[in-house]
Design a binder for this molecule. Sequence first.
Ligand code: NDP
Length: 399
Amino acid sequence: MAKALIIGTGAVATVGAQKVAQNYKVFSQLIITSRTKAKVDELVLRCQKYPLQVMGETVDAENVPALVKLIQKYQPDIVMNLALPYQNLPIMEACIQTKTHYLDTACAEVRDHAGFEYSTQWVYHDRFKKAGVMALLGVGFDPGVTSVFAVYGKKHYFDEVHYLDILDANGGDHGYPFATNFNPEINIREITMPGRYYEAGQWKTIPALSQFHTYPLEAIGPRDMYLMYHEELESLVKFIPELKRARFYMSFGEKYLRHLRVLEAVGMTSTQPIMYEGRPIVPLQFLKAVLPDPASLGPRTKGKTNISVILRGYKDGQEKAYRVFNMMDHEEAYQETGAQAIAYTTGVPAMIGATLVVTGQWSGAGVFNVEQFNPDPFMDLLNQWGLPWKESFDPKLID
Ligand code: NDP
């Protein structure tokens, strides 16, 4: 039986912790931590209805010695980082020092500079290897399931995959004029960065949100999908080296974009500190403070998400196309966990990744991405744990 320590008590951790608790045949102990005692206590209480031991602690995960002490106290088999990308590197450091497996759901970021590169985490490979434990990066939906979808499609239906498109569509409506579905600071930084995609051996950059396609989607209808950069493009291009093109698209409604453009134009999305009444404030952090807390969207959000991966390539000399996708209903997610579908589609894969690591189905010492492992057990567990997927062998393609 395994022990998991979860860092984070936000939307994603709310789902991840309850899913670990539901998987009590694998996990016998769960330790839940973040800086705020009230949030820890609330999540511990939610998980205590399942037959495993659940405990809470407070910790600042950016304080490596404090985190090392906490990990040594509980000796978990795995630390699940469901906090923010700012905490990835200190938590990795603490996992190396305590020889504990590590997992996260988003690429590391630093506060004063928008952008993310897996290389900041890949450099820890030798140290994890020497410690004899695994760091499994990016195990949410995107990144996470999207990469598993891609390698599953390649394994079963292609000799070579040449074109890859990821489509992340959210048909959910929370009724607010403007709100983000996960941490606003992280979300807005990602969306306002220039779009970037891979083509013919090169990374190409376009102005943010300057290119879109309308794509028809099951359950939510046609959606305007905007080309963006997303971290799994970096790992997919590395681990599917024959790719000629890889792109990521996300859906945005007209109302959302109108608000975002105004906020950007007046400087509210900037990560550069400005002086306000004698002290520095970061406009984006101030904006986060006035926007609805993503956790509060749960009871208000109706509709579904639809996230898919489209592959094109060759099998036995024949050109082929394939699409694999998941749809998740916001209200169903909320009913089960108290969080909406974006958190659900991230927290479930994190629990699945942790399960595969602690049961040894995915094993190795060093820093790994999900593309490096057999996708089949992950795909089976998605069906078992609330994220069933569907396939199409005649998908509409994006030129
Ligand atoms: P929230 O803002 O809801 O929660 C963040 C949590 O991090 C809070 O519980 C906070 O608790 C905790 N936290 C922040 N700083 C620290 C710290 N220094 N030490 C300990 N805990 C800390 O975010 P979400 O739940 O929406 O997102 C969580 C993660 O999931 C993010 O990294 C996000 O990028 C990722 N994500 C990934 C997706 C995917 O598909 N791969 C999709 C959506 C999100 P407290 O304030 O008490 O410390």
